[in-house]
Every structure is written in C-alpha cells, then in structure tokens.
Design a protein around this ligand. Structure first.
Ligand SMILES: Nc1nc2c(ncn2[C@@H]2O[C@H](COP(=O)(O)OP(=O)(O)O)[C@@H](O)[C@H]2O)c(=O)[nH]1
Ligand SMILES: [Mg+2]
Length: 369
C-alpha cells in the first residue's frame, strides 16, 4: 500500500489532486483542515496494491487462464481442485472489495463530525460518494445541504412551487410536440396518457403518435388510452410517416409521441431515433428514467441516450423507490432540467411538476423514512 499526504486549498481541490496523482482507485484515509495565515486541507490517501501472486512452489498444474490481480500468472494452491481454487479466489476478491468499500464509505474518513454524519446520510440515500463528498464540502453547515443540493438541480417547474400545477404541458403559447423516450417499462405510455389527460383538462387539443419500431401490437396499450381519453392516435413505423402524421395533426396544440421498442443497448433503436431528429422536426424530447431501477443501471442508460438531444429528464415510479439519491446523481451527470416525476400507476393523476426545492426535499426525505 502506498500512502501519500496531499494538500489543497480546499477539500475538493485536494481530492482532485489525489485522483490526479494516485488515480481514481485511491482511498481517502483522513482529511484535516489546517488553519493559519493560509488555511489548507491535508488529505491522506492510499492506493492499494493487488494481491501478491501465490507462490509457485504450491503448484499443481498451471492453469493458463488464471491471472493474479496484477495480471501475473498464478498457480493453484496445493490440495485444491481448480474449481475450489477459483472459488477461493472469488472469495478473496469479494473480501477485498468489502474492505475497499468500507474504506471508501468513509470508515476512516476524518471529516468533522457533523459533516461525516451528513456524508453517511447522503450515501445512505444512494448519492454517489464523490457527489456526497462534494456536497459536504460545499455546505458550511448541515442545514445548508438542502440549499446546496437544490442549486445543483434544475427543474422545468416554477421556482417557488406556487404555480406548480400549471406548467409543462404546454408551458408556452404555441404548439408543442413532445416525444418520450427511455428504456422499456419505465412508464412512457402511461405517462403519455397522464400528460394527454392533463392537457385536455387545460382545454388543449391533443393528439398522440406512437412510433412503433418494434412490432405491431406493442402499440395496443396506447390505442386503449387514446379511446379512453378520446383523442386521435397515429401509429407510424418510420420517419416519413411521422412527418405526415405531424402534418395531419396541424390543428392540435399538443402532440405527444410515444416510442416503443427495444432495449437502448440495441443500436438499431438509438439510430432509429436519430433518424427522427435528422428530419429536423421541432420535437422536444423527454427522457424517462425509473427511480425503481438501480443507480448503476440508470448511469448505463445515460450512456446509451447521451448521443440524443434530450431536453428534459423525468423520473418515474418514485412511489416504488426506497431511496431517491439517484435523482440527484443523474441531475449532476445529465445537467438537464427535470420535467416532472410520476408517483403511481393511476391515469390520470400520479404525476407531479415539482420545483427544485420540492425535488430536493423528496430526495432527502427518503433517508429519514
Ligand atoms: N408504481 C408505478 N408504476 C408505474 C408508474 N408509471 C408507470 N407504471 C407502470 O409501469 C408499467 C410499465 O409502464 P408503461 O407505460 O407500459 O412503460 P413503457 O414500456 O415505458 O411504455 C405499467 O405497469 C405501468 O402501470 C409510476 O409512476 N409508478
Ligand atoms: Mg410503452
């Protein structure tokens, strides 16, 4: 293990230097505020070296595919069958991971007590470690966390929350063409129906289009909604049809476009959507992400969709989520305003146009439940 003390003008700067000098796997062991004419922060950080390769003397027959963590060839231990050896190796790996997680989770983090408590709390609600560290660094007191956090979040809603019910569909005068994209099952079709019902209630003329890139039949659900709400629906299979359909609905105030189809990992799906954008239609895109998904999955989703011109993100299934820290993580990563959140399966209803304060409160509240 290599241990190094690194100084910065503040905690964030010291952290950035640690990453630069020791790499992203470095573990923070302690941090200390140094006062004086020129205050600074001293961070003690360590990089762990991988397990030493197991001694060759113990060897049975070498298995060429076995590699030590440093990439060095490893021989199985005496008396262990190759399968058992692999099991042992897995166990050691998982132990190492646990130790690292413990350290990374601030186990030895020498932050002032109140900040340390806040750091643990933020991690507890699934805020990523680096974002949690940044937050406790920037807030001068625990009471400030909410303000600092809400400064990192942008929403389409009004700043004071008073008019929260009047925004979004449609916010401005004129026609609005809104397309919902996102992984299968996040709630796109359900949300379209909620948005359509709201717009109807607001006296708007609404139409729906479904881009069914996958198979006929996938659009059955939206057909039911269109009958239920009493608005026209077109089902199109290519960009040309989409253009024609938008033309056909030229008398409508709001056109809501549903997308069906494959997993975003499927390149055909993303390139099909890119085709739509190439047509130059004035479409506003909202990317839906389900808060009931695990944060790593959501980050993966981000990678799939980042090549598309997303205007807003929206979070679905907040009613099912145990922790909502991933909303903050994704806001930090996407840097896109949050259009709304959905809070249940009920149509119409179960959709909220939150402002930054309300959203921050919601995220922080999940930890105190
Ligand atoms: N609990 C909960 N379920 C939702 C919400 N929004 C949608 N769903 C459910 O999620 C499932 C998939 O929704 P759907 O609209 O078909 O997703 P799509 O594949 O993205 O179009 C359905 O069972 C919906 O009722 C929500 O906000 N909360
Ligand atoms: Mg759908």
């Amino acid at each position: 293990m290599k241990i190094k003390k690194i100084r910065g003008r503040n905690f964030s700067e010291a952290l950035a230097l640690v990453k630069k000098e020791l790499g992203k796997d470095a573990v923070i062991l302690s941090s200390e505020d140094k006062n004086g004419a020129r205050p600074y922060v001293e961070v003690t950080a360590a990089v762990d070296y991988d397990l030493e390769p197991v001694d060759r003397e113990y060897g049975g027959p070498a298995e060429p595919e076995l590699r030590g963590n440093g990439g060095l060839p490893v021989k199985p231990l005496a008396g262990l069958a190759p399968g058992e050896f692999l099991e042992l190796k897995q166990e050691i790996k998982s132990l190492r991971r646990s130790i690292e997680t413990m350290k990374n989770s601030g186990f030895e983090l020498n932050l002032p007590e109140d900040r340390k408590r806040m750091f643990f709390f933020l991690k507890e609600i699934s805020i990523k470690e680096e974002f949690a560290l940044r937050l406790v660094q920037r807030a001068s007191a625990i009471e400030d966390i909410e303000t600092v956090m809400s400064g990192d979040i942008d929403t389409a809603g009004p700043p004071d929350g008073k008019a929260a019910d009047s925004v979004n569909i449609p916010a401005q005068a004129g026609r609005r063409i809104v397309m919902l994209i996102g992984p299968t099952g996040v709630g796109k079709t359900t949300t379209i129906a909620k948005l359509a019902s709201r717009a109807i209630k607001q006296g708007k003329k609404v139409a729906m289009i479904s881009i069914d890139t996958y198979k006929i039949g996938a659009a059955e659900q939206i057909r039911i909604y269109s009958r239920m709400i009493g608005i026209p629906l077109d089902i199109v299979s290519n960009t040309e049809n989409l253009k024609n359909s938008i033309k056909r609905f030229s008398d409508r105030d709001v056109i809501l476009i549903d997308t069906t189809g494959q997993n975003p990992g499927d390149s055909g799906y993303i390139s099909g959507l890119k085709d739509v954008y190439r047509a130059g239609l004035p479409i506003e895109t909202q990317l839906l992400l389900s808060t009931s998904s695990d944060c790593d999955f959501l980050m993966g989703t981000y990678r799939h969709y980042k090549s598309l011109p997303v205007d807003y993100i929206a979070f679905t299934k907040t009613d099912e989520a145990v922790k909502l820290g991933s909303i903050y993580n994704l806001c930090c990563v996407y840097r896109k305003p949050v259009a709304y959140i959905t809070t249940g399966q009920r149509v119409p209803g179960n959709i909220e146009f939150v402002d930054t304060r309300q959203l921050t409160n919601l995220i922080l509240r999940t930890g105190s439940a």
